[in-house]
Design a protein around this ligand. Structure first.
Ligand code: SAH
Length: 347
């Protein structure tokens, strides 16, 4: 990528308007260009045939349009597809397409590595290498969309649950979300975009202020500060009480609910006592629960819970009218299940 050129995929529509204005161009061209990029997947200015040749030539001198090409695509037995993307500087990230009854969901990454150091998470063991740019975030979606279009399908849901902590990279994540939900951009409904966090409280507040109406998922994973401090270091900064207060204050429209993700670690947090405490913690917040049986990975001492523990935990919550989904390990045969993504971070 040319360093002196502005990558237009880093710009929201208002930012693109400003960019054009700064170059002495007409602002309204921004909408046309935005549509070319996000709705027609234009990769060059030459393609933008409703824009004058002069402007196209000038733009190509100061701006560029980046893309990501999958370096490898692995297809799992259940149709899950894992994409490995090489970034311009040689790092790599992964995205996962999860086909669920025609409602394709893409799980995208927000950082190379992660600084949060959750004890059970593979990405966390690699530390943070760098933030992804806005362009690198939206390009994951566009590359996967391109790939599934060849089979006549569309993308319905975006979950920011891949590598990295999206709330640790809000300066790039917020513009990326704006591009996703822009009617001239990727045209996704805000109801279909979910940001998942380990619990960075001030950033939850900022996200709620700046992009209200998207979905929030909280990786809770423990019901006492004692255990959460141990397995998720972020809890030492923002303990459960503060986190739950931030959840309660998060601006949710209508009947929308906060998703509480709960990675079940065998013998660690999977007892009925935990289920009881979980219920107590979330009961005054509009909630649904995602139980995620721990996906084992090499070098990590935690173990998957037994099926009996999963069933009992699930039943305890269902019996008390909580909406619970126990995630199956989709894509586990291609290391694309939750917490298995690692890009190419190994030394
Ligand atoms: N940083 C964000 C998003 C990435 S992690 C967050 O913490 O929410 C996405 C989800 O995968 C989180 O709920 C996390 O707890 C879970 N996870 C991480 N490692 C896992 C593993 N080995 N097995 C199952 N789930 C895991």
């Amino acid at each position: 990528m040319n360093n002196h050129k502005t990558d237009l995929k880093n710009l929201t529509l208002p930012a693109l308007e400003q960019f054009l204005q700064g170059q002495g161009k007409e602002r309204f061209r921004a909408t046309q260009i935005f549509k070319w990029i996000y709705q027609h997947d234009a990769r060059s200015f030459e393609e933008m045939t409703n824009i004058s040749k002069d402007l196209r030539t000038q733009l190509s001198e100061t701006a560029c349009i980046s893309t990501l090409e999958p370096e490898a695509v692995e297809v799992g037995n259940d149709g899950t597809r894992k994409y490995l993307f090489n970034l311009a500087d040689g790092h790599a990230v992964e995205s996962v397409l999860i086909p669920i009854e025609g409602r394709n969901t893409i799980c995208i990454s927000s950082q190379v590595g992660c600084a949060m150091a959750c004890e059970f998470c593979l990405t966390g063991t690699f530390k943070l290498t760098r933030n992804l740019t806005t362009a690198e975030i939206v390009n994951q979606i566009m590359a996967v969309r391109q790939d599934v279009r060849d089979t006549g399908e569309e993308i319905r849901n975006i979950v920011m649950m891949g590598m990295g902590e999206p709330l640790h990279n809000l300066d790039n994540v917020i513009p990326a979300i704006r591009i996703m939900i822009d009617g001239n951009g990727l045209q996704l409904s805000n109801r279909r975009v979910t940001v998942s966090t380990c619990g960075l409280v001030p950033e939850m507040e900022r996200l709620g202020r700046e992009v209200p109406n998207i979905n929030m998922a909280i990786s809770l994973n423990a019901t006492t500060d004692e255990l959460r401090d141990r397995i998720m270091p972020v809890n030492r900064r923002y303990p459960l009480k503060e986190l739950m207060r931030a959840c309660k204050a998060f601006p949710l429209p209508g009947r929308r609910k906060i998703t509480f993700e709960y990675v079940m670690l065998g013998g660690v947090n999977d007892s009925l006592e935990d289920a009881k405490r979980l219920l107590r913690l979330i009961s005054d917040i509009p909630n649904k629960v995602n139980l995620i049986p721990f996906n084992e990975h090499e070098g990590c001492e935690f173990r998957a819970p037994t099926q009996a523990a999963i069933d009992a935990f699930h039943k305890y919550l269902i019996d008390r009218h909580v909406t619970v989904i126990t995630r199956d390990s989709r894509g586990s045969d291609i290391s694309a299940a939750c917490g298995q993504l690692k890009g190419r971070l190994e030394k």
